[in-house]
Design a protein around this ligand. Structure first.
Ligand code: HMH
Length: 221
């Protein structure tokens, strides 16, 4: 069957990279129960820094949606995303305290710094709304797919990590990612070729950064 929607088409076309990001050895180790807790703690501290940098990116996306979108509900969806991030930051603080991770002394690793710098670069007004919302979908979808897999049939995820997996792996978050994908697909359908090409390149870059981010927790970066 010929796929008309751009995102499913790209997921198919770049399946190897998509799978590298969503079935990474680190999240697979959570799923099979072999995860080393020190690796999880490293991820926790690094992701807290990432999420703090993610907020201004989503704020810039909100501004773009408000200015450029043809559908008022986009702003509401993104605002919901910002509200969820507010909650997420509180969750990171609680979770870090449970694991005795001191968030104030976390030093961002190279892969994290590079990803955060990239996020900052795409807050620029020169990045079109369609391209930015596609990036947003990709960033959220990697976590949704990765952590939902840790809760699926046959998973041996340690009890201590189930709440983390629930955070991104729950059905509500899955629905939210689907809504983001619908927004991106709708915009891409109406976009000229150059924007579509930029959005595809954006998906590839996000997936590459996500793989590098997970790699930190394997001690490879
Ligand atoms: C690195 N990517 C990374 N961290 C996150 N928290 C998300 C995506 C999803 O919010």
């Amino acid at each position: 069957m010929e796929e008309k929607l751009m995102i499913p088409k790209w997921v198919n076309k770049h399946n190897e990279l998509y799978t590298a990001a969503t079935r990474h050895p680190f999240t697979l180790s959570i799923r099979d129960g072999s995860v080393v807790f020190s690796a999880f703690k490293l991820w926790l501290g690094q992701d807290y820094i990432f999420v703090r940098a993610f907020v201004p990116f989503v704020a810039s996306l909100l501004l773009k949606a408000w200015k450029e979108s043809d559908d008022d509900s986009d702003v509401e969806v993104i605002l919901g995303g910002i509200a969820a991030l507010n909650d997420e930051i509180s969750w990171f603080k609680r979770e870090a305290s449970k694991w005795s991770v001191s968030l104030s002394s976390i030093v961002p690793q190279k892969a994290n710094l590079e990803y955060c710098r990239f996020l900052e670069s795409i807050t620029s007004p020169e990045v079109e709304y369609t391209v930015a919302v596609t990036a947003f979908w990709a960033i959220e979808a990697v976590y949704q797919e990765s952590y939902a897999h840790c809760l699926s049939d046959g998973a041996k995820t340690p009890e201590e990590l189930k709440e983390t997996c629930q955070r991104w792996g729950n059905d509500g978050f899955g629905q939210y990612c689907h809504t983001l994908q619908n927004i991106a697909n709708r915009r891409l359908e109406k976009s000229p070729e150059d924007i579509v090409l930029k959005a595809e390149a954006m998906v590839i870059r996000v997936l590459e950064y996500e793989v590098e981010f997970w790699n930190m927790s394997r001690g490879e970066t």
